[in-house]
Design a protein around this ligand. Structure first.
Ligand SMILES: [Zn+2]
Length: 251
């Protein structure tokens, strides 16, 4: 029996394929680096939130207090807890957070415990389909008199959508006057997906008016304002340092 050996085909380096591979590798590395750069502050804040939740009492100095005013700021704090995520934080590349996420001291599942109050006098509306949110119209922006702005408060329901909004404001409420400090409801972890609750917090934002008495789409950061000058605390992701966002004057 004879064994015929196949002549071994010399292995040829395909320069074109190698260049493509190098380009793809470089592009992947660059996008990973950009994503890391964009998300690094947010991941730092996530670490702090985990620390806070593990022992809120030990980190009480990281928290703000519902109804407290920082210095001469026009707004009072809308709830208790750690301002965990800031205005402009990025949760994924290309995303910018339009408001503040304030996490109460009762932990991710401690529902119905942490009050949410109006940050400023205004006229409260709760659309008929809103289970977790209210919006308060402020006819004259205290920092730009004559301009209408809106303050939006959401996640005030449990994971299954049971509302934690105060009984005074049933779904369908329109233009009900509330003063600063009025109890609006309690923090919840409603996300519209019962299997993936958000972790208990308040999302608070300041929304621009469309010029005709309607609030603009809150989901776009361009329709919202940096809450920093309204609360007297640096809560813009681009301006805030790595320390917890609390009132510098200690009040
Ligand atoms: Zn949020």
């Amino acid at each position: 029996m004879t064994l015929r050996l196949q002549p071994r085909r010399p292995r040829r380096l395909n320069l074109g394929a190698l260049l493509v591979l190098m380009a793809v590798t470089a592009a992947v590395a660059a996008s990973l680096w950009l994503a890391y750069r964009a998300l690094r502050p947010t991941s730092g804040r996530l670490g702090r939130l985990r620390q806070y939740w593990s022992n809120p009492q030990a980190h009480a100095d990281w928290a703000v207090r519902a109804g407290k005013r920082c210095g001469t700021a026009p707004f009072v704090m809308p709830t208790d807890g750690l301002i965990g995520f800031l205005w402009g934080d990025s949760f994924y590349p290309g995303h910018q957070h339009q408001g503040l996420d304030i996490f109460g001291p009762t932990g991710p599942d401690g529902l119905g415990m942490t009050p949410v109050v109006a940050a400023h006098d205004g006229y409260l509306t709760r659309l008929p389909e809103w289970r977790s949110a209210v919006i308060v119209r402020i006819p004259s922006d205290p920092l730009m008199p004559g301009r209408t702005i809106w303050t939006y408060y959401t996640h005030m329901a449990d994971a299954d959508g049971r509302s934690y909004i105060a009984d005074d404001f049933p779904a369908g409420t329109r233009e009900q006057f509330v003063t600063a400090g009025t109890l609006l409801g309690y923090q919840g972890n409603f996300s519209a997906d019962p299997d993936n609750p958000t972790g208990m917090h308040l999302h608070f934002s300041i929304v621009l008016d469309d010029g005709q008495g309607r609030f603009r789409n809150e989901l776009e950061i361009g329709n919202t304002l940096d809450p920093s000058p309204y609360l007297g605390v640096a809560v813009s992701a681009s301006a805030a340092g790595s320390e917890p966002a609390v009132c510098a004057s200690g009040s």
